[in-house]
Design a protein around this ligand. Structure first.
Ligand code: RP5
Length: 160
């Protein structure tokens, strides 16, 4: 497994599935697991501290509300951790965003956008990180971006 996708609750899956879909697109292996910072703290410690020795290269962590999962995962591993703020019911994910991005100096979490776009981009960014060591993966990402550009250029009229 190259990427570990973890999330605070099963209810985060409809969002986090977009990260998995993006990795599927590029043929990147991943595992998915519910790991909660506050409901299963020991599992989080075990998961993050053993991730590198299990072959994980990047962790994507999604959580909503008081979203300490990405920061706590980063505290237990020096692998790159990408945080996805899940859209919360009460504050639309602004709470999740601020919880994840405001890491104090010394422990880094890369924070993506709130919700589906952030999850998809976390998958994309994880693939790009892995692509630094795998030219064929980087070529697939270049191809994806070219297709995206071509689709827009081929359909410039917004009313059509
Ligand atoms: C967080 O609390 C989870 O990441 C989720 O976004 C949020 C709500 O969880 P549930 O009450 O739906 O399980 O820990």
């Amino acid at each position: 497994m190259k990427v570990g996708i973890i999330m605070g609750s099963k209810s985060d899956w409809p969002t986090m599935q977009h990260a998995a879909d993006m990795l599927d697109k590029f043929g990147v292996e991943y595992e998915t697991k519910v790991v909660s910072a506050h409901r299963t703290p020991q599992l989080l410690a075990d998961y993050a501290s053993s991730a590198a020795e299990r072959g994980i290269k990047v962790i994507i962590a999604g959580a909503g509300g008081a979203a300490h999962l990405p920061g706590m995962a980063a505290a237990f591993t020096s692998l790159p951790v990408l945080g996805v703020p899940v859209k919360s019911k009460a504050l639309n994910g602004v709470d999740s965003l601020l919880s994840i991005c405001q890491m104090p100096k010394g422990v880094a979490v890369g924070t993506l956008a709130i919700g589906d776009a952030g999850a998809a981009n976390a998958g994309l960014l994880a693939a790009q990180i892995l692509g630094c060591q795998q030219p064929e993966l980087l070529a697939k990402i270049d191809q994806f971006r070219s297709e995206q550009t071509e689709t827009i250029l081929a359909n410039p009229n917004p009313a059509e």
